[in-house]
Design a protein. Structure first.
Length: 329
């Protein structure tokens, strides 16, 4: 019998890579999306358009326990990947309430629905390096204490502990993947890497003249989302549930990303980048660098794409995409 995987956030960057990965492994793949997404596939489901005939989507919302409960009851999955969230850190300061609601209650709803309707189902929670926030040590590993710096970070700490608690209290096979930043050509345009590579492509094709950015000194451990979904799956293939840091072990500043991306396109970034204080965050996470030794030793996982390759992949992809869009009919 084919294994059944249930993915929240299947229409997001990670969900789309994970769905492709699981289909290749022979899984039946199920996901939830908002009803409105089903009505406007080109706009909302562009990342999974090419696999829509191979997966099953249900309309449901992380804000409605009934919809999550009913869907998990129908699917009765073997593995559940809870990736859905309000994941833009900056926006979490603007709307703390909806961020905490969707991210904390949403996680609780999925956990509870799995416990009630599919107690043997293995559960993955997309925790985040944002939980480390004002870091207590560098590099950060599974034992590094948390100090979140945004409502988003706070919500992920709550989800992390709920997941651990379901493991301890109800014996659920529940794992936390503490993923550091992971990017790709499918990244949303609001995140800094995609904002940069999209702007580089536009400037290169003379469709734009400037790129406005906030804090360029922030440092991140950036990996490729396609590599990280494999780590998520590996966590659920182990004999015992556990928590793992997923990272590349390299850190680079936003400025370095900018330099590398413009340079790769043959452009001088200093001519185009404008610092906009409005884009600074009320509280910043200055430095993230992950130690993925545990994932390496226990899961046999390591990142495939590193910084340089990631920048090139994203710039190339945005240039090709825009060239196609601009081609005369
Ligand atoms: O910002 C700085 C910004 O929005 C990275 C999410 O996937 O990874 C992501 O969170 C850095 C920050 O990602 C702009 O201040 C400067 O220091 O790309 P980001 P993030 O906040 O690190 C973690 C692991 C998650 O879990 C999250 O869901 O870049 N920055 N200027 C800027 N950032 C943005 N977005 N836009 C700017 O103009």
């Amino acid at each position: 019998m084919k294994k059944r995987a249930f993915i929240t956030g299947i229409d997001g960057q990670d969900g789309s890579y994970l769905a492709e990965f699981l289909l290749k492994k022979g899984y039946e793949v199920y996901g939830i999306v908002r009803r409105i997404a089903l009505e406007d596939i080109d706009h909302h489901l562009w990342r999974i358009k090419h696999i829509l005939n191979k997966i099953t989507l249900y309309p449901a919302s992380l804000e409605s326990y009934a919809s999550i409960f009913n869907t998990v009851g129908k699917v009765r999955p073997d593995e559940c990947y809870h990736l859905g969230a309000q994941s833009f850190v900056s926006y979490s300061f603007e709307d703390e309430f909806s961020t905490l609601n969707a991210n904390i209650n949403g996680t609780h709803f999925v956990l509870s629905a799995v416990k009630e309707n599919a107690p043997k189902c293995k559960f993955y929670f997309a925790a985040s390096s944002e939980m480390f926030g004002k870091v207590k040590e560098t590099p950060q590993n599974e034992d590094t204490p948390f100090h979140p710096r945004s409502p988003y970070g706070v919500s992920k700490v709550a989800g992390f502990y709920m997941t651990q608690n379901y493991r301890e209290a109800y014996n659920l096979f529940a794992c936390n993947g503490v993923c550091f930043n992971h990017e790709s050509p499918r990244r949303g345009f609001e995140f800094v890497t995609r904002k940069i590579t999209n702007a580089v492509a536009k400037i290169k094709l003379k469709l734009d003249k400037e790129l406005r950015l906030g804090n360029m000194d922030a440092k991140r451990d950036w990996g490729f989302a396609g590599d990280y979904v494999k780590a998520m799956w590996l966590m659920l293939q182990q004999d015992v549930p556990d928590d793992y840091v997923v990272a590349t072990g390299e850190t680079h500043s936003v400025r370095e990303f900018v330099e590398r991306a413009f340079d790769y396109a043959g452009l001088d970034w200093k001519k185009y980048v404008v610092i906009d204080k409005k884009l600074y965050r009320p509280a910043e996470v200055n430095l993230l660098l992950g130690d993925f030794s545990k994932a390496k030793n226990k899961l046999g996982w390591k990142p495939g794409v590193k910084f340089e390759g990631l920048v090139k992949m994203m710039v190339d992809s945005d240039i090709q995409r825009l060239k196609k869009l601009c081609r005369p009919l």
